[in-house]
Design a binder for this molecule. Structure first.
Ligand SMILES: Nc1ncnc2c1ncn2[C@@H]1O[C@H](COP(=O)(O)OP(=O)(O)O)[C@@H](O)[C@H]1O
Ligand SMILES: C=C(OP(=O)(O)O)C(=O)O
Length: 778
């Protein structure tokens, strides 16, 4: 069967009706805005302004700035949250596989690193990018942070992009250069345009011309030792809710980060995979299944794919995330507002279109990291998003996703393995071809010391037998759609109809657990120390966020690159998932994240025939809640939460009304740990479209609740203007161990609830097994 792929916009909009003045934007219920903290916005009073304007999450980016600077930003944020009585999610973004030019820096009085010197470049001039870590940058000699850049990555004919970090690619500060020759440590390039290179210079070896799919950059460790240390340093003092994993290439990267977080006692921290090149698109299904959400890094991605493909990729990727109910975030929405108080028409349209595509959140980068109008950016994006939400075709979205979930999108096995060469080419240029250099790197690097992986550690993550694969299969279809440059849903179902394996997912928890392995690089030293160590005593000071990339790679990356290894020949390394091997999507995270509820099956499956419609029970209840809320025109859905999975699945169906996510710690006795976990989950909701968190705090020992938790929550929501007296509420909660829906109405005073349907609806929540008190936040 096939799904419609039309834009999610109501059909009956009349042009004049658009002129009606818009009401105020609801600041927290709809699409979310995440800001990157930097000098223009990290002081407490600006943060207060941004929280009041509706920003619900911040990112600190380890790519730039010392850890202490970021900690101070987060301390300021904590003060701003306290002052506004709001919650704000915190995302820490890794350096990972980024390539940089190493240049001298100075620190301003706040400790923020700056480059004082700009480098003028003229079209046609020769310049050298060198792997030598001990030279000082000049306009003709640019030292790169990767010691093997010349020896292993570059060759004649390659294209390099050198531009300011978070550049939009069209600025005067961006340089395209063609590689003419590689001489020892030196890559000799010719400038293709005039540029004034300034700020932190990132290098993108985008290889639009060739081999982009097998870039050895992606065989570097998924995160650096400095990343690992910085995350732990920050977490020791500040709350971290998400780690954003730069240049995620496949699901094993997510597993490696998961292992690090778990072993550091940060089990509750979730992972956002940053999708920033074609390899990530090739592995999109597995990545989105393994991660807790996806950031489509449109700046970097835009340098690695053809411009004519970008909109299509965005639609397919967002749809793929929507299908599995995981947050989709996009970057680079109002670049112009770095220097102007208004966005362009194109940017305004882009934001609105992303909402219509189904995005959850917008991540502001340069706009707030160094922009002049951080507050205006937040307001602008939220206002545009709000207008688009008003015309979003919820019913179409609902039906489309319900159909997909019901079908289980039975994909044939061949669809589960990402792109083939032809598909990858269609995104970025000419054939990736085999990569002889992959073999070279592997043999060169077999010797260096590497942290021994625990037995089976990575094999478990990549190949652990998942008992089926609804999540991954669905995503795989969308990944194919990305490859084919069509809407995700079409891709999913075009391959469907064949049934496929519909059983797993919700039966999860049974996936093979990969043993926890140590962080890939065990030695520490902070970023500054690592940078200094890399350049020797004579070297100029380099900013602390730029450690040299360690040449040794973890065993997993090495194995991937070894010819004939189980996880892929050099051609497959990173970029090309091998055909065959049904366990490819068997990441434990993919499976367990679907919970352990039994699935609702069609009679066809029960009679042993090939699987027919099939949906997990939790998803069945979540979608029913949305349908019921729509039917009775409820003003609010309440989703009780301990892991947030149910609430995410409700959000997946994009109801018109907000979803009050009532976080009730699973531990019946409560306590500090349970409360802290509850707060973390509450903040984590703040990147998901439609979710508004509220805390269900367990009553102190001996305390007796006189009102049901639901009544308290509804009263609090009413007090905050989220719902009006007399309107209806659909709640998803547990009742005697089962997941149920309850429909109630707000009482006439807005101070509690009454039965929705006289006589039949009892207040189930009175029998709740947890006694708690609803505490509104934000
Ligand atoms: N009727 C209720 N009254 C009080 N607490 C409830 C009620 N229903 C569910 N809860 C609590 O809310 C939380 C919901 O968790 P769960 O249903 O597992 O959602 P999730 O999908 O977030 O894991 C649990 O801590 C549960 O004990
Ligand atoms: C690299 C990033 O994004 P983009 O690729 O959109 O610049 C980022 O925001 O960290």
């Amino acid at each position: 069967m096939s799904h419609k792929t039309k834009t999610h916009i109501l059909e009956n909009i009349s042009v004049p009706s658009i002129l009606k003045p818009a009401g105020p934007a609801p600041h927290v219920a709809g699409s979310k805005v995440i800001v990157t903290l930097g000098p223009p916005c990290r002081d407490t009073s600006t943060l207060v302004g941004m929280l009041n304007a509706g920003c619900t999450a911040v990112r600190v980016d380890l790519t730039w700035g010392p850890v202490e600077y970021h900690k101070q930003s987060l301390r300021n944020l904590a003060a701003a949250c306290k002052a506004t009585d709001k919650l704000c999610a915190v995302i820490v973004d890794t350096v990972g596989r980024e390539l940089f030019i190493r240049r001298p820096i100075t620190l301003d009085d706040q400790g923020w690193p700056e480059h004082t010197q700009d480098l003028p470049i003229k079209t046609g001039q020769e310049l050298i990018v060198t792997s030598d870590q001990n030279v000082t940058a000049t306009p003709t000699l640019l030292p790169i942070n990767h010691p093997q850049f010349a020896s292993h990555m570059c060759r004649e004919g390659d294209q390099l992009f050198i531009g300011r970090y978070l550049t939009n690619g069209a600025e005067a500060s961006s340089l395209y250069a063609e590689v003419r020759e590689v001489r020892g440590q030196e890559v000799v390039c010719v400038a293709q345009n005039d540029a004034m290179l300034g700020g932190l210079l990132t290098v993108i070896h985008s290889e639009l011309s060739e081999r982009g799919m097998s870039s050895l950059q992606m065989d570097l460790p998924a995160f650096t030792a400095s990343d690992a240390k910085a995350i732990q340093d920050i977490a020791a003092e500040c709350e971290i809710d998400y780690v954003a994993l730069t240049y995620t290439c496949d699901d094993s990267d997510v597993v490696e980060m998961r292992d690090l977080l778990d072993s550091a006692g940060l089990q509750r921290v979730k992972i956002l995979a940053k999708v920033e090149n074609r390899q990530a698109l090739a592995n999109f299904a597995a990545i989105a299944a393994a991660a807790d959400g996806v950031v489509l890094s449109r700046g970097n991605l835009g340098l690695d794919v053809l411009p004519e493909k970008t909109a299509i990729i965005q639609k397919a990727a967002i749809t793929a995330c929507n299908l599995v109910g995981k947050p989709a975030i996009i970057t680079r929405v109002v670049d112009t507002m770095v220097t102007a108080p208004r966005c362009t028409r194109a940017e305004a349209t882009d934001v609105a279109n992303a909402v219509l595509d189904g995005v959850d959140a917008f991540m502001l980068g340069a706009e707030t990291l160094r922009g002049l109008y951080p507050l205006e950016c937040v307001r602008t994006v939220l206002s545009i998003a709000h207008q688009a939400e008003l015309v979003f075709d919820h019913a179409h979205h609902f039906e489309m996703l319900l159909q997909a979930a019901m079908q289980g999108d039975g994909l044939d096995d061949s669809s589960s393995h990402g792109l083939d060469h032809a598909e990858a080419r269609s995104l970025g240029g000419s054939p990736p071809g085999d990569s002889p250099r992959a073999g070279r790197l592997a043999s060169d690097q077999a010797a260096p010391a590497e942290a021994p992986a625990a037995p089976g550690a990575n094999a478990g993550g990549r190949g652990g037998a998942a008992p089926g694969g609804t999540t991954a299969d669905t995503l795989a279809g969308a990944a194919r759609a990305i490859a084919a440059g069509i809407g995700g849903i079409v891709g999913v179902t075009a391959n469907g109809g064949a049934g496929g394996r519909n059983e797993a997912g919700a039966d999860g928890g049974a996936g093979t657990q990969a043993p926890r392995n140590a962080p890939s690089e065990s030695s520490g030293g902070d970023a500054a120390g690592a940078a200094a160590a890399g350049q020797g005593s004579a070297a100029p000071p380099v900013h602390p966020g730029l450690p040299p990339i360690h040449p040794a790679r973890p065993a997993a990356a090495l194995r991937r690159a070894l010819p004939g290894s189980a996880s892929g020949s050099p051609t497959h390394a990173r970029g090309m998932p091998a055909k065959g091997g049904a366990g490819h999507f068997g990441s434990m995270h993919a499976v367990s994240s679907f919970g352990s509820l039994p699935r609702v099956r069609s009679s066809a499956s029960l009679t042993g025939r090939k699987e027919g419609p099939s949906m997990s029970k939790v998803e069945s209840i979540a979608s029913t809640a949305v349908r019921a809320a729509d039917k009775i025109q409820a003003g609010l859905i309440v989703a009780y939460a301990s892991t947030g999975r149910t609430a995410s699945l409700v959000a997946k169906y994009r109801p018109t009304m907000p979803i009050l996510t009532l976080v009730v710690p699973a531990a019946p006795t409560g306590g500090a740990v349970a409360s802290r976990d509850a707060l973390t989950l509450a903040r984590q909701c703040l990147i998901v479209r439609g979710l508004i968190p509220m805390l269900g705090v367990p009553l102190a020992a001996g305390g007796v609740g006189t009102e049901s938790l639901l009544a308290q929550a509804v009263a609090a929501a009413s007090g905050r203007g989220l719902i009006k007296p007399g309107s209806h509420v659909v709640a998803v909660m547990s009742y005697r161990g089962d997941l149920v829906l309850q429909v109630v109405s707000v009482d006439d005073l807005g101070q509690g609830i009454r039965a929705f349907d006289r006589g039949s609806a009892s207040d189930l929540s009175k029998d709740a097994h947890t006694r708690a008190q609803a505490v509104p936040i934000a």
